[in-house]
Every structure is written in structure tokens, then in C-alpha cells.
Design a protein around this ligand. Structure first.
Ligand SMILES: NC(=O)c1ccc[n+]([C@@H]2O[C@H](COP(=O)([O-])OP(=O)(O)OC[C@H]3O[C@@H](n4cnc5c(N)ncnc54)[C@H](OP(=O)(O)O)[C@@H]3O)[C@@H](O)[C@H]2O)c1
Length: 384
């Protein structure tokens, strides 16, 4: 269904799809569980002019509201008949919360559709393209496919693997430490880096931390980003707490009204503690594993079955290490502060036994480096 690799999209095609991708990103804080999708409608040059014109654009804001294509068509300031529609994901052709976009495209008389990538959703998967082609619309697929897939990596990973996309976030000093040898870690990085973390928190469905971090730092684990739009829903806070030792006066418990709290414990956790925390409106789920190392696969599956498509692990080092050793991390976000603190017993984000030889080192792919005040973010993807 994708165009053959010999097919060459024009420079203008690339410009309009990039615009559609930047519109898709506007949905990053609200679209989940739906994908982020952007769309632009373009008419050929007007008589006497040389450049094609964008006559309408839109993106998908949240589930239950119109899709990007319908928003872009509704926003057109002239008749879209004969226009080209650029969209970052194959148009849907099924009745979900809203009617099919293929209908809207046909009704509008669009003559060409350029889609970045096919929809992995089983009810669509190429059928949207086929319906349009059968009705005489020219459909070209595969422009900026990699970028479009990456923008929707949470959605794609979840649809394909039935698991959340896992991001591991850590803030460390130049000598790789996550805290001093006494466990003190507030703050390693400066304000800009911490503001960036709040933006990423706002993008994910859930944030996870171990009970060690809860006891040491008493974190809130909510997003306080100024960039979130009205109606933004806080991610679920997930805590690994085998014996349910979470302090009942912790900020996490005191802010259950603001953001959901889901605690995973071991089957051996005391029943009265489960009841007490449930009474405090936390969700408590006993899982397998050992008394101090819960079964991470079971936890990810449980999160997935409640619709969590993306999860950010915020520490501490023992939890980081457990996820890395189990090869369950898809993406690393490492904030590096230009500070050194030393200390053999000061933790790093990946402890355990480690590799014997350098050629066994795991390499990040798709690396991005971003200066944030005095700090630097290095992020990238781990091949799984
Ligand atoms: N710089 C950063 O980015 C950053 C981020 C977060 C935290 N920190 C620092 O990290 C320190 C706390 O980290 P920590 O390593 O002591 O604690 P942690 O990783 O937050 O929590 C570890 C605890 O989680 C529980 N757990 C459940 N399942 C587990 C599994 N499969 N594997 C590992 N643990 C599991 C265990 O609880 P039980 O003890 O009940 O068995 C374990 O002791 C603090 O000093 C904090 O300031 C730094």
C-alpha cells in the first residue's frame, strides 16, 4: 500500500507534511489514548501565483472530538474540492467515537491524499487507503514515515506489542551519580531541566517510582508544566511498594484528588494495609515476584490492560536497574548536570553486575542532545 521506494515526493509535499507533523504534536498532552494526528489541506497555485496554498489545517485534540482530517476540512477558508490533503496517519474508515474520516474526505471532493504512515489499528490497517483508492482518490503513503511513526511511538508500540512504551528518566551528575552517598538528590539539575521533565510527564499516561524514592524524596509526581492546555488530565502515579510501606502522610497520598495513585504490592502484603490504602482511594494491586522485587512484566501487562500506552520511570536506581536488566526500557532520558559529587556508594542509574566487555555495551539510537540551562539532556532509543 505504501508507495514504492522509487516514488519521489516533491519538495512541497515534504513542506506540507512537516507542517502536518508539527500540528500533530499539538495533541501531545491530550490525544492519548488516540494517536497524535495533524492534517493540512492544500490547493494548487491560484491563477497568476506560483506556490500552492494551505486552505485549512487541524489536529486531533482528544478522544471523542473530531479527527485531524475533519478539523482541517472544517477550517478550510475555500472549497477543498480538488485539493490535496496531507495527514500524518492513514485516515480512519471505521465508526469509533466519531464517523469515518474517509467519508469526510470523499464528501469534500479531495483528489489526492498524502499519508505519512499506515494505521496499525486492526480496524483500519490499509483499509482507509483502499477505500479512497477504490473511489478514485490518488493516495500516496510513506512520506516522512519514520518521523510520523516516532511521533506516535507510544500508540504504535501499544497497538503492536500490547505493552506501554517505557521511558527511563534520570538526573545525574557528570560522574554519573543519581544522589549523594547519603541519598540526597534534590536538586541535581537546574530549573530548565526540571521544567522539561514536567513537559514530558504531561505527555505520558503514567509515571512510576519505587518506594525507596517515595521515602527519600516525598515526590508529587504530577506535571506542573505551564504548557499543558485546559482540561489536561494528570498521568497516573504508579508506585512499586511490595509491603505497602508508603507513608500515609506522603504527598502522593495527600494529592489523590489531583492525580490517580496506583500502588503495586507483593501478594504477601498485609491485608489491613491494602484495605487502609484503598480506603484512602489508592488503587492497590498485589502481583507476583519476590518480596523485594515485584514482577515487572506482570506490572506492565496490568498497566497495558487498563489502557496505559506510555510509562515514564523516575527512579530510583534500584528500580531503574531492575527495568534495564529486564530489557524493558525503550527510551532513555538522561539529564546531566555539570557537577561532581563522587562516592563509591553514591548510586548510578544502572547498577547490578554490568557487562564484562565494551562490545557488549548497549547503544542508544536516534540520539538527541539538548542544552537546558547549565545542564544537558541526552535522549535516545534502545533497540528491543
Ligand atoms: N537523580 C534521579 O534521577 C533520582 C530519581 C529518583 C530517585 N533518586 C534517588 O534514589 C534514591 C532512592 O532509590 P532506591 O534505589 O533506594 O529506591 P527505589 O529504586 O526508588 O525503590 C526501590 C524499592 O522498590 C521496591 N521494588 C519493587 N519491585 C522492585 C523491583 N522489581 N526491583 C527493584 N525494586 C523493587 C523495593 O521495595 P522494598 O524496599 O519494599 O523491597 C525496592 O527496595 C534516593 O536517594 C533518591 O533521592 C534519584
Amino acid at each position: 500500500l505504501s508507495n514504492s521506494s522509487a516514488f519521489v515526493f516533491s519538495e512541497d509535499d515534504g513542506i506540507f507534511m512537516r507542517r502536518a507533523l508539527s500540528l500533530a504534536r499539538l495533541g501531545r498532552y491530550t490525544a492519548s489514548p488516540n494517536p497524535r494526528v495533524g492534517c493540512v489541506v492544500v490547493q494548487p497555485p491560484a491563477p497568476g501565483q506560483s506556490a500552492p496554498r494551505i486552505i485549512g489545517e487541524g489536529y486531533h485534540r482528544r478522544k471523542g472530538t473530531p479527527h485531524a482530517e475533519r478539523n482541517a476540512l472544517a477550517a478550510c477558508d475555500e472549497d477543498p474540492r480538488g485539493a490535496t490533503l496531507y495527514v500524518t496517519l492513514e485516515p480512519c474508515c471505521h465508526y469509533g467515537a466519531t464517523p469515518p474520516c474517509t467519508d469526510a474526505i470523499l464528501e469534500a471532493g479531495i483528489s489526492r491524499v498524502v499519508a505519512a504512515i499506515l494505521d496499525p489499528f486492526p480496524e483500519v490497517q490499509g483499509k482507509g487507503v483502499e477505500i479512497l483508492r477504490n473511489r478514485g482518490v490518488r493516495v500516496d503513503v510513506g512520506l516522512l514515515e519514520e518521523e510520523a511513526g516516532f511521533e506516535n511511538r507510544f500508540f504504535f508500540h501499544y497497538q503492536i506489542h500490547k505493552r506501554p512504551w517505557v521511558i527511563l528518566k534520570a538526573a545525574m551528575t557528570l560522574d554519573g551519580k543519581l544522589a549523594t552517598h547519603t541519598g540526597h538528590s534534590q536538586w541535581i539539575t537546574g530549573e530548565e531541566a526540571r521544567a522539561h521533565v514536567h513537559e514530558i510527564r504531561a505527555e505520558v499516561d503514567a509515571i512510576l517510582a519505587g518506594i525507596g524514592t517515595v521515602k527519600a524524596d516525598n515526590p508529587l509526581l504530577t506535571s506542573r508544566s505551564e504548557k499543558t492546555p485546559e482540561g489536561f488530565k494528570q498521568p497516573t502515579r504508579v508506585i512499586l511498594d511490595p509491603q505497602l510501606q508508603i507513608p500515609r502522610t506522603s504527598k502522593l497520598i495527600r494529592t489523590i484528588d489531583r492525580a490517580p495513585l496506583w500502588i503495586f504490592c507483593h501478594h504477601s502484603a498485609p491485608e489491613y494495609a491494602i484495605q487502609e490504602l484503598t480506603f484512602l482511594r489508592a488503587a492497590v494491586t498485589p502481583v507476583n515476584g519476590s518480596r523485594s522485587a515485584l514482577d515487572l512484566n506482570e506490572i506492565l501487562q496490568t498497566l497495558a490492560s487498563s489502557g496505559v500506552q506510555s510509562l515514564m520511570i523516575e527512579g530510583g536506581p534500584r528500580v531503574h536497574t531492575a527495568f534495564l536488566e529486564s530489557r524493558l526500557v525503550n527510551e532513555l532520558l538522561i539529564y546531566i548536570a555539570p557537577k561532581i559529587i563522587g562516592g563509591e556508594n553514591a548510586p548510578t542509574f544502572f547498577m547490578g553486575t554490568g557487562e564484562e566487555l565494551m562490545d557488549r555495551a548497549e547503544r542508544l539510537e536516534r540520539i538527541e542532545r539538548m542544552p537546558l540551562g547549565a545542564d544537558t539532556l541526552i535522549r535516545g532509543v534502545l533497540r528491543r
